[in-house]
Design a protein around this ligand. Structure first.
Ligand code: SF4
Ligand code: SF4
Length: 280
């Protein structure tokens, strides 16, 4: 194995539903050709081959040319493990809302984790958890963050091939609105007044929800430099209350730092009555 010239790929799991790792398995047709170019040396979702070593060292041996990390940091053990994985990885890419923004489990960041623990578990004394769920980048340097809940397989393959080729991934940070335009979907906000987070949400899904008449609820997380002030104003215009606005941002990417100003902006807008219907 030492003489194998192919770069090595490792896939790691932290607190998550595994959906983003499954996206890699879901690549099906592309996965076998990919193994001609890369040696997948650690991927427990796909194989238990390294399981004993994982158990022995908590995090595998390495070094790995590219590590894909799925999931958020939710326990004290996670903190030590991600630092070790960073040390044994030449490049580290985080995949999915859990790894890039703390995930759904980051809803605890806005609540009392003890209350959650007591409500959910029959024997809460056995549950060891941190008070917060945080993205990987809050703990170690990250080379690239791929958004989505789950991630898009096309974007994932682009990221892997880009890192193998030593170039920057061609994943632009534009919004879902661009994707609506590309597929010829009429804007549901403009045409029907449907509240939609598309203008501030990262592209990747192909504007799936608006194509079926449903507003985007932001599962791909924040686009690059989202205009939250205008977005909150528009959501208010489309009939959302202050509480609704805060809640719609607090789903898959609740702890994204980009969304931090939303409660204050929603409260400001709430002091004003919704604007009269005006031309868009
Ligand atoms: S980002 Fe979503 S799909 Fe991916 S692991 Fe987390 S919960 Fe699952
Ligand atoms: S919620 Fe938004 S980002 Fe997620 S699939 Fe729907 S349109 Fe795409």
């Amino acid at each position: 194995m030492e003489s194998d010239p192919r770069p090595s790929l490792a896939v790691w799991k932290f607190a998550s539903c595994d959906g983003c790792q499954l996206t890699l398995l879901d690549c099906e047709d592309e996965l076998l050709p990919l193994t001609d170019r890369v040696r997948i040396t650690h991927f427990l979702e796909m194989s238990s081959a390294e399981e004993s070593r994982e158990r022995a060292t908590l995090s595998g041996a390495g070094p790995y040319d590219l590590s894909l990390v799925d999931g958020s940091i939710a326990t004290a053990e996670d903190v030590g493990r991600i630092h070790h994985i960073r040390r044994i990885s030449r490049r580290l890419v985080t995949i999915g809302a859990c790894a890039t923004a703390g995930g759904i489990q980051a809803l605890r960041n806005f609540a009392d984790v003890e209350e959650f623990r007591a409500a959910v578990y029959a024997s809460p004394e056995y549950i060891a958890t941190l008070d917060t769920s945080t993205p990987i980048s809050a703990h170690v340097p990250v080379d690239f963050e791929l958004r989505g809940c789950p991630i898009d397989r096309g974007q994932l393959l682009e990221v892997i091939t880009a890192f193998l080729a030593g170039r920057k991934p061609n994943v632009s940070g534009h919004s879902v609105c661009f994707e609506c335009k590309r597929r010829g979907t009429t804007c549901i906000t403009v045409a029907q007044g449907v509240p939609c987070l598309g203008p501030v949400t990262h592209a990747g899904c192909g504007a799936l929800c608006p194509a079926y008449g449903r507003g985007c609820y932001g599962c791909f997380g924040p686009m690059v430099q989202p205009n939250l002030e205008a977005m909150v104003r528009e959501l208010r215009h489309d009939g959302m209350t202050e509480r609704d606005i805060v809640r719609v941002f607090r789903t898959f990417n609740a702890a994204s730092p980009e969304y931090g100003p939303v409660p204050e902006l929603a409260a400001q807008e709430a002091t004003e009555p919704p604007a009269e219907e005006e031309p868009r």
